[in-house]
Design a protein. Structure first.
Lengths: 271, 254
């Protein structure tokens, strides 16, 4: 993790991004000179106080919005519009209710140009669904699935077209604690099979430590990079790793940083 | 068993309704020039069956054409209002105002402007009275599309047309069919309004009018029931289409 990177090995480079929303009461700044770099294959979690502009960040990386100032680079190319090398998953796992689960998962392949045959697409979809534990649900309607299952399917949809970058905006935020832990493990399983660089927006510190290689703490609005934490847990992917002293140390540091971001603790590093 | 029940339940309800009607007329000893009873209708149907077929067909096709125009126009208008806030703000008051005007007052105006164009007049009134719910439903369906739906497709570089075709349109279908069910009955009211207020010798409305002129009350009631029958018929066609195109929106009960 480099705070500011000219390094071409970085898959994602967010350079000096400043953004404000236009409101009736004048501009509302949400991001202020934000710098984030994520090397290829890494998994980066972004945490911060609520309303600090985390969701804005996902839209900028996906090319759905243009920043007022600064640049977003993907794969050494400046992002100016949406690109099919990005996959997205949201807190609300919206499914097309009139389609089966498999058809939902295959949706990106109908839009992104590819040379796959119908049979190949279906095979790809079935493989992914099996990987997240949804074997046998291919032909069910979304309304027949639980929230956790819908989120699993939505993750499959986000990566079915083999994107370079997977952007997740609080994907597990609406799930109960146990389902959430199940999905964390599913995430590790997906990462083992599918090469992608991940950006995970979350407000769950344990989630960020368990899943990510780096955790970036954003300051309160307007958000800027306040702290970068390297997570080295020896490649363990079992849930017990969260309770090791190393993980607990990291969690404590992150917790402290969040308090600073919320303005509840004195910023010792600034002093 | 289940299929049988689906047809039997409404049939029994209709029989109970007819029996109740017959009973009320019998209890009050109303003569048939005051209030016809179901038993008076059968002679009217057997006597004028050929007129019912001819006029019924005229009413039906003009209603269906009016409804089709309403579907096309209403959907386009709904799309314009659904996608553009400015257009929605601009058009809503006009639309509500237009809908508030009693269409009976429009009939003579239309009849005068398009004098002699009986079929066109009738289709136009059926259309005017029935497009409103369709355009409102489509515009609400489109404007309440969750942003995540759009973002998923937009982030893949999908065009606006693709987003409309793959998501907005199917997502709006349940609302559309809900409105179409209302529009079906409204269109019948429109057709008959023209046929009764400006009689030009066509449709069930004309048959109703001649019943009135000849003081043939059973005939008038027979026309009303025939209209109700056509309305139910068209309604169930819409229900069938809804099952095919928007059946996914139906949740299992219980």
């Amino acid at each position: 993790m480099r705070a500011k990177g000219e390094d071409m090995a970085n898959l994602i480079d967010i350079k000096g991004v400043t953004h404000a929303y236009k409101t009736e009461n004048g501009p509302l700044p949400v991001l202020d000179n934000l710098n984030i770099s994520v090397p290829e294959g890494d998994f980066c979690a972004v945490v911060g106080p609520s309303g600090c502009g985390k969701s804005t960040l996902t839209k900028l990386v996906a090319g759905l919005m243009k920043p007022d100032e600064g640049e977003v680079w993907l794969h050494g190319e400046k992002v100016t519009s949406p690109r099919s090398t990005v996959g997205m998953a949201f807190q609300n796992p919206v499914m097309l209710e009139w389609r089966t689960i498999l058809q939902n998962v295959l949706l990106p392949l109908e839009i992104v140009p590819n040379k796959m045959t119908k049979a190949q697409k279906e095979e790809r979809g079935r493989e992914l669904l099996a990987l997240v534990g949804l074997e046998g649900f291919e032909d069910k309607r979304p309304s027949e699935l639980s929230g956790g299952m819908r989120q699993r399917a939505s993750l499959c949809r986000a990566i079915v077209h083999k994107p370079d970058v997977l952007i997740m905006d609080e994907p597990f935020g609406a799930l109960d604690a146990f389902t959430r832990e199940d999905l964390w493990q599913t995430m590790h399983a997906l990462r083992a099979e599918e090469p992608f660089t991940g950006v995970l927006i979350t407000h769950d510190l344990r989630e960020s430590v368990y899943l990510a290689d780096e955790v970036i703490v954003l300051s309160g609005r307007p958000a800027t990079t306040q702290h970068v934490e390297n997570v080295k847990l020896g490649g363990r992917t079992d849930l017990e790793v969260i309770y090791t002293p190393e993980a607990t140390d990291i969690l404590h540091r992150l917790r402290h940083q969040i308090e600073i971001a919320q303005g509840r603790a004195p910023d010792e590093e600034a002093a | 068993m289940k299929h049988w029940k689906k047809i039997a339940t409404p049939t029994i309800a209709i029989i109970i309704f007819l029996a109740f009607w017959e009973f009320i007329v019998w209890v009050n000893q109303w003569p048939n020039y005051k209030m016809a009873s179901p038993s008076d209708l059968l002679p009217a149907y057997t006597k004028y069956w050929n007129l019912f077929l001819i006029y019924g067909w005229q009413t039906l096709w003009r209603t269906v054409v009016g409804l089709l125009v309403a579907v096309i126009f209403g959907t386009l208008l709904g799309m314009v209002m659904g996608f553009s806030r400015t257009m929605r703000d601009a058009l809503y008051p006009l639309l509500v105002g237009f809908n508030a005007i009693p269409k009976a007052t429009v009939v003579p105006v239309l009849a005068l402007i398009l004098i002699g164009q009986h079929n066109l007049n009738t289709v136009l009134i059926a259309f005017m009275i029935s497009f409103f719910p369709i355009s409102v439903a489509v515009s609400i369906g489109l404007s309440t599309l969750e942003p995540e739906y759009r973002d998923i497709l937009r982030s893949l570089g999908a065009s606006k047309w693709t987003i409309f075709w793959k998501i907005a349109l199917p997502k709006t279908l349940p609302e559309f069919f809900g409105a179409l069910k209302v529009a079906v009955t409204l269109a019948f009211i429109g057709t008959n309004l023209m046929e009764i207020v400006e009689p030009h010798g066509r449709g069930l409305g004309h048959l109703f009018d001649s019943g009135k002129i000849n003081a043939d009350y059973p005939l008038m009631f027979a026309v009303l029931i025939a209209l109700a029958f056509l309305g139910i018929f068209l309604y169930y066609i819409v229900v069938g289409l809804e099952k095919i195109f928007a059946g996914w929106a139906e949740r299992p009960q219980g």
